[in-house]
Ligand binder design. Structure first.
Ligand SMILES: [Zn+2]
Length: 288
């Protein structure tokens, strides 16, 4: 049985890229027992609008896509995210971080900061790593202490083989989360932002497990996050799906479509007289 999902944020109208993503996930659910589920990623309450949520349902229907119920709304699941975060905190794998973006940037630019070569990712410098939760203030974020994660697994030599099974074209095959790669590319990631009490990464892995997702279809711009998701699944004891990252649809200038490109919203294409069939074939053809 295949269970796929489409997980848009209701912060604007769906565009051609969303149509492709939803179609791809929906097409891979073929048999009667397969499921195609929708998750509305509306954690950002200032940018999420109910009119866009309704538009998502209307647009998918107009494309001929149907889905199983219930629809999952992230905004109704804060307490679940909080429970999982508490679990990671109780395992001793987190610390409260009071740094602002500016603090982090300043400390990376300080004269005694390690030299950062061009192209190297700017990682959190570990300023608050030794703070305890007794010192936590209301406005603090919660970060994963990656050194503690290594300790948790019994040291580098015992770090588990965390497999990522990727079915998408650009990265087909088996990938592994190596601690060295994680450390160099992600470091002490934010698990809970101060404003929403969770993070995209934490919410996604918890929700995919809750929804029983067997394969995650999404754009290849999120491929890198899979390493974070796989680690969180291991730490939280969650089931591991397969992943299919697909190519992105770009505009004439080669930039990926964003919600701010109104000419590519499905609504605009319908208004211009394109049929749903034409829109679907346009999405299939313009894939880069
Ligand atoms: Zn900090």
């Amino acid at each position: 049985m295949v269970i796929e999902r489409f997980a848009p944020s209701p912060t604007g109208y769906l565009h051609l890229g969303h149509a492709y993503s939803a179609m791809t996930a929906w097409r891979s659910t073929k048999t009667h027992s397969d499921k195609f589920l929708i998750r509305i990623e509306d954690l950002d309450s200032t940018r999420s609008k109910s009119q866009y949520t309704q538009a998502i349902f209307d647009d998918l229907s107009r494309l001929g896509i149907n889905w199983n119920i219930p629809v999952v709304y992230q905004s109704e699941r804060y307490s679940v995210y909080e429970d999982c975060l508490s679990k990671l905190i109780a395992m001793g794998l987190c610390f409260p971080c009071k740094c602002t973006r500016k603090d982090i940037k300043d400390s990376l630019e300080a004269p005694n900061a390690p030299l950062i070569s061009e192209g190297q990712k700017l990682l959190y410098p570990g300023t608050c790593r030794n703070r305890s939760f007794d010192e936590m203030n209301k406005g603090d974020a919660v970060r994963l202490n990656f050194s503690k994660v290594i300790e948790h697994f019994g040291g580098l030599a015992h770090f588990p083989t965390l497999e990522i099974r990727e079915l998408g074209q650009s990265h087909t095959g088996i990938h592994h989360v190596s601690p060295e790669y994680f450390q160099a590319n992600f470091g002490d990631i934010v698990l809970a932002r101060k404003d929403i009490g969770t993070s995209y990464h934490l919410a996604v892995v918890i929700d995919d497990a809750f929804m029983g997702i067997t394969n995650v279809t999404r754009g290849e711009d999120i491929f890198d996050s899979t390493f974070i998701h796989r680690l969180l699944q291991e730490l939280l004891g969650l089931p591991v799906p397969t992943w299919s990252h697909h190519g992105l649809i770009r505009d004439e200038d080669g930039k990926r479509l964003a919600k701010r490109s109104p000419s590519f919203t499905l609504r605009n294409l319908w208004d211009q007289g394109f049929t749903s069939e034409e829109i679907i074939s346009m999405a299939d053809k313009q894939l880069c």
